[in-house]
Design a protein around this ligand. Sequence first.
Ligand SMILES: Nc1nc2c(ncn2[C@@H]2O[C@H](COP(=O)(O)OP(=O)(O)O)[C@@H](O)[C@H]2O)c(=O)[nH]1
Ligand SMILES: [Mg+2]
Length: 276
Amino acid sequence: MNIARSYVNDTSPLPSPWRDAQVAVVVPTYNEAGNIAELTRSIHALDLPNLMLIIVDDDSPDGTGSIADDLAGRANEDRPGSMVVLHRKVKEGIGRAHIAGMKEALARGADYVVQMDGDLSHRPEYIPRMLGTIMSAHAGVVIGSRYVAGGSLSADWGRHRRLLSKFAGLYVNAILKLPLRDATGGFKMWRRDVLERIDLNAIRSDGYSFQVEMNHLCRQLGQSIVEIPIHFEERNAGSSKISFAVQLESMLTPFALRFGGRRRPAGQAEAVRSLR
Ligand SMILES: Nc1nc2c(ncn2[C@@H]2O[C@H](COP(=O)(O)OP(=O)(O)O)[C@@H](O)[C@H]2O)c(=O)[nH]1
Ligand SMILES: [Mg+2]
């Protein structure tokens, strides 16, 4: 594994109330067997004693779900309630997985809910900084942003991918009139009361446009969105799950959000909770 750690060099202990906050970290996984152990280790290594990790696995064929169950068993022996695994029977997309995880986080009393990827692209070391920002700015959501000053992308990203990502951000901002540098980013921290006011059952996105839809709904509530710089790593192990259907949805959703139409109900896949 080749992960630079120097970009987060602030290791001083967090002051209260930061470190005592009830933080839930939601991570959707589909075939992340090569990443889940390191991800769990680095999240639980944070100086946040009330942090809970919620893995939402859509029955990954590579066994990510059962690896996560083992990890949860050990984590909960060390600190009861520190890790939950939701097993869903159908692969319904990252958006649906996040919705399930967010609902679980709220039901378990989280005051702040992080959403991040399970491939180590999003480094957990940024979470304390996000927490400090959301508390001091009283933001509705903090985005770990690749495109604000100080943010950066993995050197492994070629020109084509960089251009596509930039274009997606400009496209979304233009249609939805969002003032964001990284409208499509997936590393975020939400304030509980904002998530409670968003009707998660009415979210129309299944896939990656979930990120954009949530930003739009947050703005509609009049809540502020604050971006802080992150370095975005190339995924560690495994491969990307972006499909053509998901890309098409990402193109069409901003129009649907802007110009209305009926919102669809949430997916029907049954979530079976396993808490060890
Ligand atoms: N539960 C679940 N997780 C998913 C699904 N699609 C993607 N993911 C997870 O979402 C995160 C981001 O996906 P990834 O393929 O890395 O997207 P990319 O970084 O944009 O290429 C990873 O943790 C994936 O395992 C899905 O349908 N269900
Ligand atoms: Mg990824």
